[in-house]
Ligand binder design. Structure first.
Ligand code: NAD
Ligand code: MG
Length: 299
């Protein structure tokens, strides 16, 4: 494991190939119960003031990529409002502790993104708790593998779209009145937006929709001085994978077959992309998808 994200070295061996044992948990799962526990950068992410004074609302901030982003943002000087499901409080507490240890404010706003009234309440409580809002970071997502199209129920199909796409629409709508020029919106697509896997057709379709929606939104909002960008992760070791996201039998091979680097990524390796896109250093970047996937080439 690197001492910090700047340490020079071979990216293929920066983190070990996790090769996890098959394991399952009911959704949404607790990252703290995984073997091995994903790396959120607790011992390695070093901030340099890149987001000093910023106010960010991050969904899915209790675990995985969203949690690594929350920790990185706090260490870069931002105050953070965290959205996650009430069942994930234990994971969220760990992240809140990290944010407070960085000397920043953490505002916890648990709720269910399927609940139509949550987006409005989430934004209002974030704005009240942070004293404003200038970064909306949507990381929450639902993924459930199924061997065949016939195994995908109407309920699953609708729920995946509800969490991944409809909730994003509601969230952006609620946040927009609070965003001033300079603010940024970052959404989370996936490699699946370009290379849909046959065992997660609903999920992959939502990721295509997120990518498309965000690029269109970018064109609308750039005229108001608000930049919208997308991060598209590749295989990343997170609790999403062990809560029915992929076939449990495939876990020992997770990431190593698809990624040219021969290993899955860690959430800590995704965080710098979200820092860059929120920071003013990306001031001329809008409507862009930043792929962080271990070298898989995208259109
Ligand atoms: P994760 O399980 O740690 O994070 C997903 C989060 O989504 C959960 O912690 C939960 O808080 C939130 N969520 C799910 N359903 C919700 C609901 N109904 N209401 C509120 N919150 C809800 O897994 P992760 O891998 O860090 O996923 C983060 C994002 O990255 C997702 O959008 C996922 O699609 C995307 N992604 C992950 C990978 C990967 O390999 N891990 C690859 C590409 C894209
Ligand atoms: Mg979680």
């Amino acid at each position: 494991m690197p001492t910090d994200q700047y340490e020079f070295g071979d990216p293929r061996s920066r983190y070990p190939d996790v090769s996890p044992e098959p394991q399952t948990q009911p959704e949404p799962g607790l990252q703290s119960r995984m073997t091995p526990v994903p790396d959120l950068g607790e011992d390695s992410y070093r901030g340099t003031g890149r987001l000093a004074g910023r106010k960010a609302l991050i969904t899915g901030a209790d675990s995985g990529i969203g949690a690594a982003v929350a920790i990185a943002y706090a260490r870069e000087g931002a105050d953070v409002a965290l959205a996650y499901l009430p069942d994930e409080q234990e994971d969220a507490d760990h992240v809140i502790e990290q944010i407070r240890a960085a000397g920043r404010t953490a505002v916890a706003i648990p709720g269910d993104l399927r609940d139509r009234s949550y987006a409005g309440r989430l934004v209002e409580e974030a704005v009240a708790g942070l004293g404003g809002l200038d970064a909306l970071v949507s990381v929450a997502g639902k993924q459930r593998w199924q061997p065949d199209l016939l195994d995908i129920t109407d309920e699953q199909f609708e729920e995946t779209f509800d969490v991944n796409v409809f909730a994003l629409f509601r969230l952006v709508k609620a946040a927009l009145p609070h965003l001033q020029p300079g603010s940024t919106i970052i959404t989370t697509a996936s490699m699946e937006a370009y290379q849909p896997a046959p065992d997660r057709l609903d999920y992959a379709a939502t990721k295509g929709a997120i990518n498309n929606f965000s690029k269109g939104l970018s064109q609308l909002l750039v005229e108001r001085g608000i930049r919208v960008n997308i991060v598209a992760p590749g295989p990343t070791w997170s609790v999403l994978q062990v809560t029915g996201g992929v076939d449990p039998e495939s876990l020992p091979e997770f990431g190593s077959s698809e990624s040219p680097m021969g290993r899955a990524g860690q959430p800590a390796e995704l965080a710098p992309a979200y820092v860059f896109l929120a920071s003013q250093e990306s001031s001329f970047v809008a409507g862009e998808t930043l792929n962080v996937n271990g070298g898989m080439v995208t259109p």
